[in-house]
Design a protein around this ligand. Structure first.
Ligand code: SAM
Ligand code: SF4
Ligand code: SF4
Length: 337
């Protein structure tokens, strides 16, 4: 069954945030002062998450990504992954993590059915790592990445948000690191997610610029998107050392094919990364609604979806009319990236 929105975009990918907590405080993501943390009793239980995931899959979702906050701070996450991996009709299950706890949790995650993983890594310089994350230790993440690789998870994608003046001088170091260890580097344009970071267009290193820099050392051939709706455009190294991906979220927006729906840790269904609000599914779950009722609610919400924030932003940037503080957005740690 396929569920489509106003622009005939199907609902195909579900991102589930399992917590808004995080052991890091990345400067481009974490709202510090004004944020009200989700209370524990408001978090969906694993049973509630799995029930909703099944209903989303009934409506055509084929891929689920677990995210957060930092998903690995949620206790017994492998149990959730085990239950999700058994959902019939689900084609792909993945996880995005900061990698800090991966060394100890990778084997259990793999046993639970996780076959691939994305790890965020913005720098290979230990001091800079500390400055960006405020709390993290680079060596933990590097150890975690290799532990995940040793379990046989593949591909392992290394997500780097490129910020001018912060880590754009490290693009090639991260490319070399990924090539050396059989990982897939993925560079992401810096976005104005949430309400607290210091985003500006000048700080966004464009997809084209990232590509040009890598190409100046390694010839690349465009492979295209893994799936027609995937955000990353992939490029293969002509020398055979794997591939990289670049996500042009700001300068090459992909709203026209966006099939992503998000579930917050407290049970809000959100139809865009830049939305200012969501639709309360916890109320339905805890109010005794049947599967049929919840499914038709999900369908209704998706059927009127008109989100195309990044398309509009790019149009406005080019006509000089973009004011980033114009509307209040849900924070990235609530939504999951
Ligand atoms: N804590 C996990 C992690 O860091 O991988 C998962 C959640 S995090 C919100 C998901 C992804 O969003 C990370 O790869 C992070 O780098 C990315 N992200 C956060 N803020 C961003 C921003 N302003 N622009 C682009 N990507 C961002
Ligand atoms: Fe935490 Fe991930 Fe946000 Fe960094 S990017 S603060 S690790 S949720
Ligand atoms: Fe999808 Fe919203 Fe991002 Fe556009 S801005 S690609 S609609 S999440």
């Amino acid at each position: 069954m396929e569920t489509t929105d106003v622009f005939r975009r199907p609902m195909k990918d579900l991102r589930i945030s399992v917590t808004d907590r995080c052991n890091y405080r990345c400067r481009y993501c974490m709202p510090l002062d004004q944020y009200v943390w989700i209370e524990k009793r408001e978090l969906l239980t694993f049973e509630e998450i799995v029930r909703l995931a099944r209903l989303f899959v009934d409506l055509g979702v084929g891929r689920i990504r677990i995210t957060g906050g930092e998903p690995l701070v949620r206790r017994d996450l492998d149990r959730l992954l085990g239950d999700l991996s058994k959902i019939g009709g689900l084609k792909d299950l993945s996880l995005t993590t900061n990698g800090s706890f991966l060394a100890r949790s990778a084997p259990a995650l793999k046993r639970a059915g996780l076959r691939r993983i994305n790890v965020s890594l913005d720098t290979l310089d230990p001091d800079k790592f500390r400055a960006i994350t405020k709390r993290g230790r680079l060596e933990d993440v590097l150890e975690g990445i290799l532990a995940a690789r040793d379990t046989g998870m593949a591909p392992i994608k290394i997500n780097t948000v490129v910020i001018r003046g912060i880590n754009d001088d490290e693009i090639m170091d991260l490319v070399e690191y990924s090539r050396e260890h059989g990982l897939q580097a993925r560079f992401i344009e810096y976005m104005d997610v949430g309400n607290a970071n210091d985003w500006s267009l000048e700080r966004t290193v464009t997809k084209q610029e990232i590509l040009d820099r890598i190409r100046s050392r390694y010839p690349l051939e465009a492979v295209g998107r893994e799936e027609s709706r995937a955000p990353a455009v992939n490029y293969r190294f002509l020398d055979g050392a794997g591939q990289i991906g670049i996500i042009g979220s700001v300068t090459e927006p992909f709203c026209s094919t966006c099939s992503r729906v998000r579930l917050t840790a407290d049970g809000q269904m959100v139809t865009c990364l830049f939305a200012s609000g969501g639709h309360d599914l916890k109320r339905l779950l805890r109010g005794g609604s049947s599967d049929v009722e919840i499914r038709s609610f999900l369908e209704r919400v998706w059927s009127v979806r008109e989100d195309r924030f990044s398309d509009r932003r790019w149009q406005q940037i080019r006509t000089d009319g973009y004011h980033r503080k114009d509307h209040r957005k849900i924070e990235m740690i609530t939504l999951g990236g």
